[in-house]
Design a protein around this ligand. Structure first.
Ligand SMILES: Cc1cc2nc3c(=O)[nH]c(=O)nc-3n(C[C@H](O)[C@H](O)[C@H](O)COP(=O)(O)OP(=O)(O)OC[C@H]3O[C@@H](n4cnc5c(N)ncnc54)[C@H](O)[C@@H]3O)c2cc1C
Length: 221
């Protein structure tokens, strides 16, 4: 299945992340945490498919992607950054990336927050955040995606980590075994990890060694 969809609006979220609101095709459904393969509907880019996660909720009247652009090479995310309302994307079938399996710990690195954004927005809307905890690691405070909203959704249950900045407001990374021993109180709960491949692999290994059974998604960058 392929659908050509129009960009309705583009909003800056951080210095390199934008939220793109997209017209939603009729009968298009997804679960929070799912993704689709996206390409830009322009001659040069049509066949360049990249996975992105839906960050709107199913019942919202539009789709949304929250996308970090890499400007160091002429890839899809760099080209996306130049798009304006009215430009078109091609989206395809939805596929599962990560799904909610109960209260636990979300561990995100950078743009790896996107599946959790959808899941946490849904839980918040249903008043079901309860004891879910989010650990959100970024290089610097300027890289934190949607901090205000995450603060509102999670209150004291969100914990920010910065790995390349000395900042007393945030926890100091990296998320290693000592960090997890210090911060996690119950290793039998679900763990959801999403972010760059090295972070996901490392954290999953530490958690497994500590007796947990994490669900992971690797974002290649
Ligand atoms: C399930 C899933 C869901 C995702 N959801 C999101 C999301 O919601 N938001 C988000 O921001 N990201 C998300 N990602 C990550 C996103 O898919 C990647 O950031 C995106 O594919 C990068 O595409 P790109 O074309 O810009 O870069 P690439 O695919 O890395 O590169 C394109 C081309 O450039 C070459 N290249 C790569 N690096 C360099 C370099 N440094 N210099 C020169 N050439 C280079 C590559 O070989 C390739 O030919 C998701 C990933 C997965 C797996």
């Amino acid at each position: 299945m392929e659908e050509i969809v129009k960009i309705l609006s583009v909003r800056n979220v951080t210095h390199d992340v934008r939220a793109y609101r997209i017209a939603k095709p009729d009968n298009y459904h997804f679960e929070p945490g799912q993704a689709t393969d996206v390409s830009i509907n322009k001659e040069k880019w049509k066949e360049e498919r990249r996975p992105f996660t839906f960050t709107a909720l199913n019942e919202w009247p539009y789709l949304e992607f929250t996308i970090k652009s890499y400007h160091d090479h002429d890839g899809v995310t760099n080209a996306l950054y130049r798009l304006q309302p009215g430009d078109e994307l091609i989206i395809r079938d939805v596929w599962g990336a990560i799904s909610y399996k109960g209260e636990g710990y979300f561990i995100a690195g950078g743009a790896g927050i996107t599946p959790f954004l959808a899941i946490l927005r849904q839980l918040h809307q249903e008043n079901k955040i309860n004891s879910n905890q989010l650990f959100f690691s970024n290089k610097t405070s300027a890289d934190i995606i949607l901090k205000e909203e995450l603060d509102e959704i999670l209150g004291p249950n969100v914990h920010y980590i910065v790995t390349r900045e000395e900042n007393p407001l945030y926890k100091k990374g990296p998320v290693n075994k000592d960090f997890l021993i210090r911060e996690v109180t119950d290793f039998t709960r679900p763990f959801y990890i999403c972010g760059p491949d090295k972070m996901v692999a490392d954290v999953a290994r530490f958690l497994t060694e500590l007796g947990a059974n994490p669900e992971t998604v690797v974002f290649e960058k």
